[in-house]
Design a protein around this ligand. Structure first.
Ligand code: NAD
Ligand code: UFG
Length: 340
């Protein structure tokens, strides 16, 4: 089987846009569907600037069956990478229905049309959040997935199950569930990167906004965890490595594997204070911080076992957190108001 054209839902978003670039650089053609609820149309021009190719784009909601059917009728593709979804943990606690409706609705419509049009390969953006509160680290793919700690995470658990059930009923379907750890960084050109709305919830964009003077200081959520310096440990992966992981996964799907599950992380845990130090090393900019009480729902330590992805995908993260900090800061400095 040969995969040449790929439907990328959510392809103007943070991870989707980098993946579209990697697809183009690796000889694939990408067709993007995005409703632009959390990204800008100008991303397309930036992808063209980087690759020389303007990807085909449809502004549509993936949950809108009529609109998505038109895309399936017009375009031919052999695989889908499904990034489209809402992803803010806090917002999902406040607006659970919106999260279930958007994330489940879009996935169900997409899978239904894939069956109808006989598109037999899907890569799904899952998350380390499906492991809930880890009993031990590093997390391996066979660790239990029961309940996530918030509605956003629950949508990922449910969509994983929906895809697993579909695989049982539809034997020709190949599914890759990719559990991302903490994606950070930006395209080294400074043209593309993470562009959160409002006050960033995540560590890296918050540090970047402190660095350019948009925020006064970083608030470190707790320094009393059972970790060497007391602050939370996560597995931060450069978005370029993550994007490469999707290309490697498409190659895996060409082997017709049925259902496969991979952690995409670096295998290395980094604490909040180590991230601050990495950022200062990468940029020369000092990040003032205060120590605050722990954030509700946070775990002490969370990082990936990467052996399975390394062995089966022949893929391994190349960049470290200093690289990612440099690229994220470059993007932030060149786009002080985000992507306009
Ligand atoms: P993002 O918000 O930058 O990208 C998601 C894109 O999907 C956006 O462009 C948005 O406009 C689009 N979208 C949302 N709902 C849609 C719908 N119904 N129809 C069409 N388009 C829709 O987010 P990201 O960081 O690039 O994340 C991509 C995927 O990876 C998401 O599914 C997310 O849950 C998952 N993920 C992200 C992280 C992370 O920390 N960034 C971690 C684990 C998993
Ligand atoms: N942190 C701070 N101050 C901040 C922001 C974060 O100290 O202003 C700390 C957190 O307490 C945590 C670490 O930095 O120890 C990382 O926090 P993030 O919010 O950047 O990332 P999380 O690991 O909490 O969550 C992320 C995604 C989720 C996803 C999860 C697991 O936001 O969507 O990784 O993949 F589910």
């Amino acid at each position: 089987m040969n995969i040449k054209r790929v439907l990328v839902t959510g392809g103007t978003g943070f991870i989707g846009s980098e993946t579209v670039i990697k697809l183009i650089e690796n000889g694939y053609e990408a067709v993007i569907v995005d409703n632009l609820s959390n990204s800008k149309k100008s991303v397309l021009g930036r992808i063209e600037k980087i690759t020389g190719v303007l990807p085909t784009f449809y502004q549509a909601d993936v949950a809108d069956e009529k609109a998505l059917r038109e895309v399936f009728e017009k375009e031919k593709f052999e695989a889908v990478i499904h990034f489209a979804g809402l992803k803010a943990v806090g917002e999902s606690v406040e607006k659970p229905i919106m999260y279930y409706q958007n994330n489940l609705g879009s996935s169900l419509t997409l899978i239904k049309l894939m069956k109808e049009f006989n598109v037999r390969n899907i890569v799904f953006s899952s998350s380390a959040t499906v492991y809930g509160v880890p009993e031990r680290v590093p997390l391996v793919e066979t660790d239990p997935v029961t309940h996530a700690t918030n509605p956003y995470g629950e949508t990922k658990v449910m969509i994983e199950h929906i895809l697993m059930d579909t695989c049982v009923a539809w034997k020709e379907l190949n599914v890759a569930l990719l559990r991302y750890f903490n994606p950070i960084g930006a395209h080294p050109s400074g043209l593309l990167g993470e562009d959160p709305n409002g006050i960033p919830n995540n560590l890296m964009p918050y540090i970047c906004q402190v660095a350019v003077g948009k925020r006064d200081h970083l608030r470190v959520w707790g320094n009393n965890y059972p970790t060497p310096d007391g602050t939370g440990i996560r597995d931060y992966i450069h978005v370029l490595d993550l994007a490469d992981g999707h290309v490697a996964t498409l190659r895996k799907l060409e082997e017709d594997p049925g259902l496969v599950i991979y952690n995409l992380g670096t295998g290395k845990g980094t604490s909040v204070l180590e991230m601050v130090a990495a950022f200062e090393k990468a940029t020369g900019v000092k990040i003032p911080y205060t120590i605050e009480p722990p954030r509700a729902g946070d775990v002490a330590s969370n990082f990936a076992a990467t052996d399975k992805a390394e062995k089966e995908l022949h893929w391994k993260a190349k960049y470290d957190v200093v690289d990612a900090c440099r690229d994220a800061y470059n993007f932030q400095s060149k786009n002080p108001n985000g992507i306009e």
